[in-house]
Design a protein around this ligand. Structure first.
Ligand SMILES: O=c1ccn([C@@H]2O[C@H](COP(=O)(O)OP(=O)(O)O[C@H]3O[C@H](CO)[C@@H](O)[C@H](O)[C@H]3O)[C@@H](O)[C@H]2O)c(=O)[nH]1
Length: 466
């Protein structure tokens, strides 16, 4: 009897499955959003793939969310086991819907049946699964609204590809040049499967989604949020940075919880503790970008030429591209690690600027922690993010590339010096402080993103009562 009573009361909880694509840049924002939902009384089950689930490193604090996995067809090795990214996506598309269906059936036979699936926008088939079961479906955008607005215009044929002319005018956005566009828009034919995914597939059924949730905040992208909001049930819910660094509503929420790579916590923080306030350049290109050997060399010698202290994350798979003797030659000034606790590093008072590839999470983290950026975009959404960092939010400088597309050491050293010591650096630091405050306000109680999450939660709970 006691058992049945428990079953009855728990079945009144609204239950969300949150399904993420297996990548660091996707799992971080969706897990943080899950924590906020759970904090507001929703039961959440966080779902990724079997291989990813097995291979993730758990960071210090335990993750307060139920975890489940589905198959992408590569349970033993994930995307690396596939012969190409195209092959991986094709198989995931075949197997994913079937194994997600099985998971929903399993949950529905439990005491907490599923009410809603929040899915990564690049897994749009999850909405079809949700609708098959009569569930609510919310697509989650892991990149900026500006980038989705560009993709939307390309998708609906309002932006003609290949691009012509030197100025692109889109609603709610500053005038853009071709090189400010996401790589899938200005460099057609590159990675056809991913290009299809971002330009076509993710928009196929977006009009049928009950909500479009975006990891941004209103003040950051006001014009474009307003415009997209006229087309979709768009709700901004970000920045999805752990609560300790922003509003502190969630107790002990210091890190994302999972890492694809083993991180080097102690040595990084110990090293930073020995450096002067605002003196260190933190360098990272996220979880995916791969640099050409020439680019890596220019970056290495650019850091040395800057004559500043630097903490550089070079993933294990990239280490062999470091110039010979570089670590020895720079050991007085630099520390090279495989992976680090990025949030702790950005929050550290020794960190003076962030040389970044401008992945959307890194951008939002720097913004939330008020750290000026040197932008070195590589591909996908990063060039658009770098345009906003430099010209719209004015909280960084984009390091210019030469005619071969390579950022040379002089340009790197110059941008670092401008930010850490130049007049422009002062203005950039003032703006960084301003954006940090706006980011905090958005997620704090009663802020624009907090209110949107409240509304989402209220709708879920209400749908449960009907
Ligand atoms: O040493 C490190 C380096 C990175 N991170 C974290 O890893 C995440 C990296 O995310 P992001 O900055 O978005 O970069 P990518 O991993 O490259 O993310 C991919 O996914 C993002 C969301 O779709 C896109 O914006 C990017 O362009 C795309 O490359 C961030 O949360 C970082 O805090 C660490 O914890 N330690």
């Amino acid at each position: 009897m006691a058992k049945n009573e428990k079953k009855a009361s728990s079945s009144k909880l609204a239950h969300c499955l949150v399904l993420t694509y297996p990548g660091q840049g996707h799992i971080n924002p969706m897990l943080q959003f899950s924590k906020r939902l759970q904090h507001k009384g929703i039961k959440v089950t966080f779902v990724t793939t079997h291989f990813f689930n097995k291979s993730l490193h758990r960071n210090s604090s335990p993750i307060p969310i139920a975890l489940e996995a589905i198959s992408d067809g590569y349970d033993e090795g994930g995307a690396a086991q596939a012969e190409s990214i195209d092959a991986y996506l094709e198989r995931f598309w075949q197997i994913g819907p079937q194994t997600l269906t099985e998971l929903v059936e399993k949950m529905n036979a439990s005491s907490v049946p599923v009410d809603c699936i929040v899915y990564d926008s690049i897994l749009p088939w999850a909405l079809d699964v949700a609708k098959k079961f009569g569930l609510l479906g919310a697509t989650f955008l892991t990149q900026s609204c500006a980038v989705y607005c560009i993709y939307y215009h390309a998708n609906r044929g309002f932006l003609k590809l290949p691009l012509t002319g030197n100025e692109i005018l889109l609603p709610g956005m500053p005038p853009l040049e071709p090189q400010d566009m996401p790589s899938f828009v200005y460099d057609l034919g590159l990675y056809p499967a991913i290009s299809d995914l971002v330009l076509k597939n993710q928009f196929d059924n977006i009009d049928k989604a009950d909500w479009v949730l975006s990891n941004t905040f209103y003040d950051l992208e006001e014009g474009v949020v307003e415009w997209l909001g006229r087309h979709w049930s768009l709700r901004t819910i970000g920045p999805t940075v752990p609560s300790t660094y922003l509003d502190k509503q969630l107790e002990d929420d210091k890190d994302y919880g999972f890492s694809m790579f083993k991180q080097n916590n102690e040595s990084c923080i110990k090293w930073l503790n020995d450096q002067a306030k605002g003196s260190v350049v933190y360098v990272s290109f996220g979880s995916m970008a791969t640099l050409k050997i020439e680019e890596m060399e220019e970056l290495a010698w650019g850091l040395k030429a800057s004559d500043k202290y630097f903490l550089w994350v070079v993933r294990e798979s990239e280490q062999s591209k470091l110039p010979e003797n570089f670590s020895e030659e720079t050991s007085q000034k630099g520390l090279v690690v495989n992976w680090c606790p990025q949030l702790e590093v950005l929050a550290h008072e020794a960190t003076g600027c962030f040389l970044t590839h401008c992945g959307w999470n890194s951008t939002l983290e720097a913004l939330s922690l008020g750290v000026p950026m040197v932008a070195m975009p590589q591909w996908t959404d990063q060039s658009t993010n770098s345009k906003y960092i430099m010209d719209v939010w004015k909280m960084g400088l984009k390091a210019p590339a030469d005619e071969k597309g390579i950022v040379r050491r002089e340009a790197i050293a110059h941008c670092i010096s401008e930010i850490l010591e130049g007049e422009r650096g002062k203005e950039i630091r003032r703006n960084a402080g301003k954006w940090r405050n706006f980011a905090k306000e958005a997620v704090a109680k009663g802020g624009s993103s907090d209110k949107n999450i409240d509304e989402f939660v209220a709708n879920l709970v209400c749908s449960k009562c009907l």
